[in-house]
Design a protein around this ligand. Structure first.
Ligand code: NCD
Length: 500
């Protein structure tokens, strides 16, 4: 384990090993003593770069590092850095590495920032591990791990419970990481029920619910059978629309009345903190509020993660790699035969005529998609602006049906294979028909499993790819018609990607 970027990098087994190790160092954390046999060279350095506010995560990282004898460098608050002088995130990361970081703990408002830092450091030849201490509304993996450790210690088990989530389920990165942990637990043990309470504006994006048994609603009564309730504050800083914020602010409050009349008498109430109004001050000292104890688990957990990362900082990191879709040749025959048959049947003649010896027909594009694909080929497929060899034929009546389509004919030009996947993603029925060296080939493409970079812009304005000139946008593509951003991991359909 070199970098800690997202819960999705772990197996459940690895998580349970981390929790066990954290439990073992708990006494060192509680008594603030160095585990003598585990101390690192006093030149080992943890850099804490927090460009968003933090009390717990920053403080517990510092404490964890110092208990192990690491030196720490702390840079906190965006205003305190040259980011305010328009220095890029990437250059900031390079600077901290050159000042000797062995582990770089990063908190940023940009989603995907930690993964991007891993790649910048690797390309620069720095053996620095990266920890994601929260990247925008995306992930906060170490918080989710400490939540599980806390839950395990209080509840005594990690399955067979009903768990409530309440608050900002849309923007809360802690919830997003918690859900990934819950997904792993559900896959292994099965008996976990989730109740998700939020306003419509702050409800979970549907892809986050996959693999989980979740009942959703906008009323507190849904939490009445929960063993554990995880509360989060409304992430005010992430709202772009002040009126929307106004509608959700103060909607749900756990107070004495809720505690007495709705929740189970022995409910465990967790909160990653900071709290605003969602847990009323009147119940701060109620023993069911577990948030105060919960945060204690941050130090031992981060001790273990720092130790692991320090030992593995020279390993090769996991970095994004572009993966082309595999073309499947469905017909291959001498071009002459194909052309002859087409002529006899009076079929496709007008498409094939211009490319008799050399060229490509991109067929079965949805009606109206021709222009978009043509633009894509011009931008990324080496087609000269004025070479004029593309014909977009809109509304051609197919012989077999009335369906209409666009067709692009490229005279003497072939698109690079890296464009097969994005075109097939936008036009799932597409076929690529090539005439080359006397051979005809019809190619179809399976999109799932492929990934692309630099073709589509991420629609999420907080994605690092929209906030650092070196972070080139990237997507994993799926035949089901959605793409997942390789930085912020949000899902988008064709329309959303093209509207950018
Ligand atoms: C959370 C965070 O920063 O995401 N706090 C934390 O790390 N303990 C929760 C929040 O800010 O609401």
């Amino acid at each position: 384990m070199r970098d800690i970027i997202s819960i999705s990098q772990f197996t459940l087994e690895e998580i349970l090993e981390i929790l066990e190790a954290a439990q073992k160092v708990m006494p060192y954390a509680e008594n603030q003593i160095h585990p003598k046999d585990l101390e690192f060279s006093n030149l080992a350095k943890v850099t804490l770069f927090f460009a968003e506010p933090s009390t717990r995560t920053l403080g517990s990282y510092k404490e964890a590092a110092e208990i192990y004898g690491f030196r720490t460098q702390e840079i906190s608050g965006q205003e305190a850095t040259s980011l305010m002088k328009k220095e890029s995130f990437a250059d900031t990361i390079r600077t901290l590495a050159s000042q000797g970081a062995n582990i770089l703990v990063i908190r940023s408002k940009y989603e995907g920032a930690a993964q991007f830092a891993v790649e910048i450091l690797y390309q620069g030849g720095w053996a620095v591990s990266v920890h994601n201490a929260g990247d925008g509304a995306h992930q906060h993996p170490t918080q989710a791990l400490l939540n599980l450790l806390a839950l395990k210690s209080r509840l005594g088990r990690i399955s067979g419970f009903t768990l409530g989530l309440i608050g900002d389920l849309k923007y809360s990165r802690t919830i997003h990481s918690d859900l990934e942990v819950l997904r792993l637990l559900t896959r292994q043990y099965g008996n976990i029920k989730i109740r998700a309470v939020s306003t419509p504006e702050t409800k979970l994006d549907s892809y986050l619910k996959e693999g989980l048994e979740i009942e959703e609603g906008d009323f507190l009564e849904l939490l009445s059978d929960c063993d554990v309730v995880m509360v989060t504050r409304i992430q005010e800083e992430r709202f772009l629309d002040p009126q929307e914020l106004q509608r959700v602010r103060g909607r749900f409050v756990i107070n004495r009345e809720v505690l007495e009349n709705i929740l189970r008498p022995n409910v465990i109430i967790m909160h990653p903190l900071p709290r605003n109004y969602e847990i009323a001050p009147e119940i701060s000292s109620d023993p069911r509020i577990f948030a105060w104890e919960q945060m204690k688990f941050g130090v031992p957990l981060r001790m273990i993660l720092l130790r692991e990362s320090y030992c593995h900082r020279k390993d090769k990191p996991i970095i994004f790699e572009e993966k082309m879709a595999t073309p499947q040749i469905i017909i291959e025959e001498p071009a002459e035969e194909r052309l002859k048959r087409n002529k006899e049947k009076g079929k496709h003649e007008r498409y094939f005529r211009p490319i008799r010896d050399n060229g490509m027909i991109i067929d079965h594009l949805p009606l109206g998609m021709g222009d978009t694909i043509k633009r894509l080929i011009k931008q990324h497929g080496g087609l000269k602006k004025k070479n004029g060899c593309i014909h977009t034929l809109e509304g051609v009546k197919r012989l077999s049906s009335d369906a209409l389509k666009d067709v692009i004919v490229l005279e003497g030009h072939f698109i690079p294979e890296k464009l097969y996947a994005p075109i097939a993603f936008l036009a799932p029925k597409v076929t690529f028909n090539l005439i080359q060296d006397g051979q005809f080939k019809k190619i179809k493409v399976k999109v799932t499993g492929s990934s692309i970079s630099g073709i589509f812009k991420c629609p999420n304005s907080f994605c690092i790819s929209n906030n650092d000139p070196e972070a080139i946008s990237r997507f994993y593509l799926y035949d089901e018609g959605f793409a997942i951003c390789g930085f912020c991991h949000r899902r988008f359909n064709h329309k959303e990607l093209l509207s950018n």
